[in-house]
Design a protein around this ligand. Structure first.
Ligand SMILES: Nc1ncnc2c1ncn2[C@@H]1O[C@H](COP(=O)(O)OP(=O)(O)OP(=O)(O)O)[C@@H](O)[C@H]1O
Ligand SMILES: [Mg+2]
Length: 223
Protein backbone atom coordinates (compact mmCIF):
# COMPACT_ATOMS: atom_id res chain seq x y z
CA UNK A 1 0.00 0.00 0.00
CA UNK A 2 2.88 2.35 0.86
CA UNK A 3 2.37 5.07 3.45
CA UNK A 4 1.79 8.69 2.62
CA UNK A 5 3.88 11.44 4.21
CA UNK A 6 1.61 14.13 5.60
CA UNK A 7 2.86 17.62 6.42
CA UNK A 8 0.81 20.50 7.74
CA UNK A 9 1.96 24.09 7.49
CA UNK A 10 0.41 26.55 9.92
CA UNK A 11 -2.82 24.65 9.65
CA UNK A 12 -5.67 26.63 11.16
CA UNK A 13 -9.41 26.20 11.43
CA UNK A 14 -11.76 28.69 12.96
CA UNK A 15 -15.51 29.09 13.08
CA UNK A 16 -17.43 32.32 13.21
CA UNK A 17 -20.46 32.16 15.47
CA UNK A 18 -22.58 35.07 16.57
CA UNK A 19 -19.96 37.52 15.34
CA UNK A 20 -17.27 35.81 17.39
CA UNK A 21 -14.39 33.81 15.95
CA UNK A 22 -13.61 30.53 17.64
CA UNK A 23 -10.11 29.34 16.84
CA UNK A 24 -10.31 25.59 16.97
CA UNK A 25 -6.91 24.78 15.42
CA UNK A 26 -4.08 27.29 15.69
CA UNK A 27 -1.20 27.07 13.23
CA UNK A 28 -0.48 23.38 13.53
CA UNK A 29 2.82 22.20 12.09
CA UNK A 30 2.89 18.46 12.05
CA UNK A 31 4.61 15.81 10.02
CA UNK A 32 3.53 12.20 9.80
CA UNK A 33 6.27 10.05 8.33
CA UNK A 34 5.31 7.43 5.76
CA UNK A 35 4.17 4.21 7.43
CA UNK A 36 4.39 5.70 10.93
CA UNK A 37 1.85 4.98 13.67
CA UNK A 38 0.93 8.00 15.78
CA UNK A 39 -1.52 8.42 18.61
CA UNK A 40 -3.15 11.79 19.25
CA UNK A 41 -4.56 12.59 22.67
CA UNK A 42 -5.95 15.68 24.34
CA UNK A 43 -8.92 16.83 26.37
CA UNK A 44 -12.40 16.99 24.90
CA UNK A 45 -12.66 20.04 22.68
CA UNK A 46 -8.89 20.19 22.02
CA UNK A 47 -9.46 19.91 18.27
CA UNK A 48 -8.53 16.28 17.58
CA UNK A 49 -11.55 15.43 15.43
CA UNK A 50 -11.27 18.76 13.63
CA UNK A 51 -7.65 17.95 12.76
CA UNK A 52 -8.54 14.46 11.53
CA UNK A 53 -11.34 15.86 9.37
CA UNK A 54 -8.92 18.31 7.78
CA UNK A 55 -6.26 15.63 7.22
CA UNK A 56 -8.95 13.45 5.68
CA UNK A 57 -10.06 16.25 3.31
CA UNK A 58 -13.55 16.11 4.82
CA UNK A 59 -13.15 19.74 5.86
CA UNK A 60 -11.09 22.69 4.62
CA UNK A 61 -8.62 24.78 6.63
CA UNK A 62 -9.29 28.45 7.23
CA UNK A 63 -5.56 29.07 6.77
CA UNK A 64 -2.44 27.03 6.17
CA UNK A 65 -2.13 23.88 4.13
CA UNK A 66 -1.67 20.14 4.12
CA UNK A 67 0.75 18.36 1.82
CA UNK A 68 0.38 14.69 0.97
CA UNK A 69 3.87 13.52 0.09
CA UNK A 70 4.77 16.87 -1.45
CA UNK A 71 1.47 17.83 -3.06
CA UNK A 72 -1.70 19.46 -1.82
CA UNK A 73 -4.95 17.52 -2.17
CA UNK A 74 -6.84 18.19 -5.41
CA UNK A 75 -9.13 21.21 -5.24
CA UNK A 76 -12.56 20.72 -3.71
CA UNK A 77 -14.31 21.93 -6.84
CA UNK A 78 -12.69 19.05 -8.56
CA UNK A 79 -14.29 15.64 -8.55
CA UNK A 80 -10.75 14.42 -8.15
CA UNK A 81 -10.91 15.26 -4.45
CA UNK A 82 -13.51 12.59 -3.82
CA UNK A 83 -11.43 10.13 -5.80
CA UNK A 84 -8.29 11.14 -3.90
CA UNK A 85 -10.04 10.57 -0.57
CA UNK A 86 -11.51 7.27 -1.70
CA UNK A 87 -8.23 5.91 -3.04
CA UNK A 88 -5.79 7.22 -0.46
CA UNK A 89 -7.54 7.60 2.87
CA UNK A 90 -9.26 5.15 5.19
CA UNK A 91 -11.46 6.30 8.08
CA UNK A 92 -12.55 4.63 11.28
CA UNK A 93 -14.84 6.42 13.72
CA UNK A 94 -15.97 5.85 17.29
CA UNK A 95 -19.26 4.54 16.02
CA UNK A 96 -18.78 1.94 13.29
CA UNK A 97 -21.39 3.28 10.82
CA UNK A 98 -21.94 -0.15 9.32
CA UNK A 99 -25.04 -0.50 7.17
CA UNK A 100 -27.52 -2.68 9.08
CA UNK A 101 -29.07 -4.41 6.06
CA UNK A 102 -25.74 -5.65 4.72
CA UNK A 103 -23.54 -8.53 5.85
CA UNK A 104 -20.03 -8.08 7.24
CA UNK A 105 -18.57 -9.02 3.85
CA UNK A 106 -20.88 -6.62 1.99
CA UNK A 107 -20.08 -3.80 4.41
CA UNK A 108 -16.37 -4.34 3.78
CA UNK A 109 -16.97 -4.37 0.02
CA UNK A 110 -19.08 -1.20 0.08
CA UNK A 111 -16.20 1.26 -0.64
CA UNK A 112 -15.17 -0.83 -3.65
CA UNK A 113 -18.75 -0.73 -5.00
CA UNK A 114 -18.78 3.06 -4.62
CA UNK A 115 -15.40 3.29 -6.38
CA UNK A 116 -16.65 1.62 -9.53
CA UNK A 117 -17.89 -1.43 -11.28
CA UNK A 118 -14.73 -3.44 -11.60
CA UNK A 119 -13.25 -2.56 -8.19
CA UNK A 120 -14.97 -5.29 -6.19
CA UNK A 121 -12.46 -7.77 -4.80
CA UNK A 122 -14.25 -10.39 -2.72
CA UNK A 123 -11.07 -12.37 -2.16
CA UNK A 124 -9.32 -9.38 -0.59
CA UNK A 125 -12.37 -8.46 1.51
CA UNK A 126 -12.51 -12.03 2.79
CA UNK A 127 -8.78 -11.97 3.54
CA UNK A 128 -9.22 -8.76 5.52
CA UNK A 129 -12.12 -10.18 7.51
CA UNK A 130 -9.94 -13.20 8.26
CA UNK A 131 -7.13 -10.85 9.34
CA UNK A 132 -9.45 -9.18 11.84
CA UNK A 133 -10.56 -12.58 13.13
CA UNK A 134 -13.99 -12.67 11.51
CA UNK A 135 -13.45 -15.35 8.89
CA UNK A 136 -16.39 -17.24 10.38
CA UNK A 137 -18.70 -14.22 10.45
CA UNK A 138 -18.77 -13.13 6.80
CA UNK A 139 -22.55 -13.45 6.45
CA UNK A 140 -23.47 -11.89 9.78
CA UNK A 141 -25.36 -8.61 9.79
CA UNK A 142 -24.04 -5.91 12.18
CA UNK A 143 -26.85 -6.69 14.66
CA UNK A 144 -25.56 -10.27 14.75
CA UNK A 145 -22.08 -9.15 15.83
CA UNK A 146 -20.67 -7.93 19.16
CA UNK A 147 -19.50 -4.33 19.54
CA UNK A 148 -15.86 -5.33 19.16
CA UNK A 149 -16.67 -7.47 16.12
CA UNK A 150 -18.60 -4.59 14.53
CA UNK A 151 -15.61 -2.33 15.02
CA UNK A 152 -13.32 -4.96 13.49
CA UNK A 153 -15.57 -5.02 10.42
CA UNK A 154 -15.15 -1.23 10.29
CA UNK A 155 -11.36 -1.75 10.42
CA UNK A 156 -11.54 -4.19 7.49
CA UNK A 157 -13.76 -1.77 5.57
CA UNK A 158 -11.29 1.07 6.14
CA UNK A 159 -8.52 -1.08 4.65
CA UNK A 160 -10.32 -2.51 1.65
CA UNK A 161 -9.20 0.26 -0.72
CA UNK A 162 -5.60 -0.19 0.52
CA UNK A 163 -5.32 3.37 1.82
CA UNK A 164 -1.95 5.05 2.24
CA UNK A 165 -3.29 7.05 5.18
CA UNK A 166 -5.53 5.66 7.91
CA UNK A 167 -7.32 8.10 10.21
CA UNK A 168 -9.06 6.62 13.22
CA UNK A 169 -11.05 8.90 15.54
CA UNK A 170 -11.52 7.20 18.92
CA UNK A 171 -11.89 3.78 17.32
CA UNK A 172 -11.91 2.16 20.75
CA UNK A 173 -14.10 4.78 22.45
CA UNK A 174 -17.18 2.60 22.56
CA UNK A 175 -15.41 -0.60 23.58
CA UNK A 176 -14.55 -2.07 26.96
CA UNK A 177 -10.85 -1.81 27.82
CA UNK A 178 -10.02 -5.41 26.85
CA UNK A 179 -11.77 -5.21 23.46
CA UNK A 180 -10.42 -1.70 22.96
CA UNK A 181 -6.88 -2.99 23.42
CA UNK A 182 -7.57 -5.80 20.93
CA UNK A 183 -8.85 -3.42 18.27
CA UNK A 184 -5.99 -0.99 18.88
CA UNK A 185 -3.38 -3.76 18.63
CA UNK A 186 -5.04 -4.98 15.46
CA UNK A 187 -4.78 -1.49 13.94
CA UNK A 188 -1.12 -1.34 14.89
CA UNK A 189 -0.38 -4.76 13.42
CA UNK A 190 -2.22 -4.14 10.17
CA UNK A 191 -0.81 -0.66 9.66
CA UNK A 192 2.67 -2.14 10.07
CA UNK A 193 1.95 -5.03 7.76
CA UNK A 194 0.46 -2.82 5.03
CA UNK A 195 2.89 0.08 5.62
CA UNK A 196 0.13 2.61 6.13
CA UNK A 197 0.59 5.99 7.74
CA UNK A 198 -1.75 5.90 10.69
CA UNK A 199 -3.12 8.54 13.07
CA UNK A 200 -5.35 7.39 15.91
CA UNK A 201 -7.05 9.53 18.55
CA UNK A 202 -7.87 8.18 21.97
CA UNK A 203 -8.64 9.27 25.52
CA UNK A 204 -6.83 6.18 26.78
CA UNK A 205 -3.28 6.96 27.95
CA UNK A 206 -2.40 3.28 28.24
CA UNK A 207 -3.01 2.91 24.49
CA UNK A 208 -1.11 6.11 23.72
CA UNK A 209 1.98 4.61 25.36
CA UNK A 210 1.95 1.71 22.90
CA UNK A 211 2.35 3.86 19.79
CA UNK A 212 5.64 4.70 18.03
CA UNK A 213 4.79 8.31 18.57
CA UNK A 214 2.42 10.17 20.86
CA UNK A 215 1.24 13.70 20.16
CA UNK A 216 -0.76 15.63 22.73
CA UNK A 217 -3.07 18.46 21.77
CA UNK A 218 -4.64 21.14 23.88
CA UNK A 219 -6.69 24.17 22.94
CA UNK A 220 -6.05 23.81 19.22
CA UNK A 221 -2.31 23.38 19.46
CA UNK A 222 0.19 20.56 19.69
CA UNK A 223 1.87 20.51 23.05
N1 LIG B 1 -19.15 23.64 13.41
C1 LIG B 1 -18.60 24.17 14.50
N2 LIG B 1 -18.85 25.44 14.86
C2 LIG B 1 -18.28 25.99 15.94
N3 LIG B 1 -17.42 25.34 16.76
C3 LIG B 1 -17.13 24.07 16.46
C4 LIG B 1 -17.70 23.41 15.32
N4 LIG B 1 -17.22 22.16 15.28
C5 LIG B 1 -16.40 22.02 16.35
N5 LIG B 1 -16.35 23.16 17.06
C6 LIG B 1 -15.57 23.40 18.29
O1 LIG B 1 -14.24 23.01 18.04
C7 LIG B 1 -13.63 22.52 19.22
C8 LIG B 1 -12.87 21.24 18.90
O2 LIG B 1 -13.78 20.20 18.60
P1 LIG B 1 -13.29 18.73 18.25
O3 LIG B 1 -14.49 17.94 17.91
O4 LIG B 1 -12.20 18.80 17.24
O5 LIG B 1 -12.66 18.28 19.66
P2 LIG B 1 -12.05 16.86 20.08
O6 LIG B 1 -10.65 17.12 20.54
O7 LIG B 1 -12.25 15.88 19.00
O8 LIG B 1 -12.93 16.50 21.36
P3 LIG B 1 -13.49 15.06 21.86
O9 LIG B 1 -12.35 14.44 22.61
O10 LIG B 1 -14.62 15.44 22.76
O11 LIG B 1 -13.92 14.29 20.66
C9 LIG B 1 -14.73 22.36 20.23
O12 LIG B 1 -14.62 23.38 21.19
C10 LIG B 1 -16.01 22.52 19.44
O13 LIG B 1 -17.02 23.10 20.18
MG1 LIG C 1 -13.38 14.17 18.82
Amino acid sequence: MGGLAVTTRNLSRSYVRGGRTIEVLREINLRLEPASFTVLTGPSGAGKSTLLHLLGTLDRPTAGEILYDTLPAPDKKDRELAAFRREKIGFIFQFHHLLPEFSALENVLMPTWIAGKDREDKEWARTLLEEVGLGERLDHKPSELSGGEQQRVAVARALVMKPALLLADEPTGNLDSHTGLEVFTLLQTLSGRFQMTCLVTTHNDALAKKADRHIAMDDGQIR
